[in-house]
Ligand binder design. Structure first.
Ligand SMILES: *Cc1c(COP(=O)(O)O)cnc(C)c1O
Length: 408
């Protein structure tokens, strides 16, 4: 997707990018300092509405809050999705603080600490167990607290999903229990005072190919309907994972959500209705829910020319947005979409290089980008910043102040 397509998604007003209904310069004045992250409620709602409109009614939406744990964002989404997925004890507390029912919170991830598992059992949330050791710790916590823990078994599938930015299933994995070992696990622990609700399969992340995602969902349902025969009761929870990607660079095309939805309708009306009648299918999304609703706004501190290359030096950088800089030197770095947010209607000029304020050549935000002529105090905006921004970046590196975050 090209930068102007992102500008269109947010909208413009008086020649400026509009974020949360405000012209960018007004928003910047209101926030009071740059750099900052801004998340647009209207875009968040539009995304949830589109998913709700296309996916089968029976499919529940879960928000994987590690994508963006800002309390205001989590609170906003808690009222609009069915579930929240957490990945640590701290996230668990933040999720419960929204007032969501504990049974609607799930906890996934390898290496949950014994204290976190105990906290999860005490809170009555759904624990997605990833190993026999975790099962034993959960059983012990339940006995100790006099509670029946709710669990689902996270399964490492016997297939891999191609085309994912990050593969998290198939082959050897630290995630989940290998599919072929699940019957044994259920035989050993099926009657140990656990409420085993079902399964979770999460095969990969950042996938932009709808056909591959739909195929993974089909294979997941096949796998799980076989495993369900080993459960002590009917399968109620069927977490199909997610992995829906968003377009980060100009080469990326948006995901074909209609195609995925069509596949899900077929599954829900077919295999799931026939073989798993009591199952609630869940789709678990992080970046697809929040990634496109956020921008990272920086201010130009300096403009300088070095042997023919024009540099815009901004007051933010890789310490707040590691991924846009190339994740400490990823194999092929490509520019994230970037515009001069207070001049979106102006004609593009010659290519400039946008760098952050850190003293390292890795702090590169835009390499030879065509932008309207920009100078000191102009606002450079990077798109696709609603997920894995601030909390996925090395904020302590070089000791700059933390940026503000606003939901508008
Ligand atoms: C990280 C994670 C997600 C969210 O991934 P996205 O690529 O942001 O959608 C979902 N489920 C689990 C289990 C995860 O670990």
């Amino acid at each position: 997707m090209r930068p102007h397509e992102h500008v269109e998604a947010f909208g413009t007003v008086d020649g400026e990018l509009r974020v949360g209904g405000l012209p960018l310069s007004r928003l910047a004045a209101r926030v009071g300092s740059t750099p900052f992250f801004a998340y647009d409620r209207g875009l968040l709602d539009r995304r949830v509405d589109r998913l709700r409109a296309l996916l089968p009614d029976r499919v529940e939406l879960s928000y994987a809050m590690k994508a963006n744990p800002m309390p205001a964002v989590v609170q906003h989404l808690a009222a609009r999705v069915d579930r929240i997925d957490v990945a640590s004890g701290l996230e668990l507390r933040a999720a419960l603080d929204t007032g969501i029912r504990p049974g609607r919170v799930s906890f996934a991830g390898p290496g949950k600490a014994p204290a976190e598992l105990r906290q999860a059992v005490a809170a009555g949330i759904l624990i997605e167990v990833e190993s026999p050791t975790e099962v034993e710790r959960v059983i012990a916590a339940g006995e100790d607290l006099g509670l029946t823990p709710s669990v689902a078994v996270r399964v490492n599938p016997d297939f891999a999903v191609k085309g994912s930015g990050m593969r998290m299933g198939g082959g050897p994995q630290q995630f989940g229990v290998d599919a072929e070992l699940v019957p044994e696990l259920l035989a050993a622990y099926g009657s140990s005072g656990l409420d085993i609700q079902g399964f979770h399969v999460f095969a990969g992340s950042q996938n932009l190919d709808a056909a591959i995602i739909a195929e993974a969902q089909r294979r997941t349902v096949d796998l799980v309907s076989g495993l369900a025969e080993h459960l002590p009761g009917p399968l109620r929870y069927l977490n199909l994972g997610g992995g829906f990607g968003i377009p980060y660079t100009e080469r990326d095309r948006p995901l074909d959500l209609d195609a995925i939805a069509a596949g899900l309708h077929e599954l829900v009306d077919g295999v799931i209705a026939e073989r798993l009648p009591e199952a609630t299918p869940v789709i678990e999304l992080g970046r697809y829910l929040v990634g496109e609703c956020g921008v990272y706004v920086t201010r130009v501190l300096d403009r300088k020319v070095s042997r023919g290359t024009t540099y815009l030096v901004v007051d933010g950088g890789m310490h707040h947005q590691l991924a846009a800089s190339g994740n400490f030197g990823q194999a092929i770095r490509r520019n994230y979409p970037l515009v001069v947010g207070n001049r979106v209607d102006a004609e593009d000029g010659d290519g400039v290089t946008v760098v952050g304020c850190l003293c390292t050549p890795l702090d590169l935000l835009g390499d030879d980008v065509a932008l309207p002529p920009a100078g000191i105090d102009d606002l450079i905006v990077i798109f696709q910043q609603g997920a894995y921004g601030l909390t996925a970046s090395p904020t302590a590196f070089l000791g700059h102040a933390a940026p503000a975050e606003v939901l508008v």
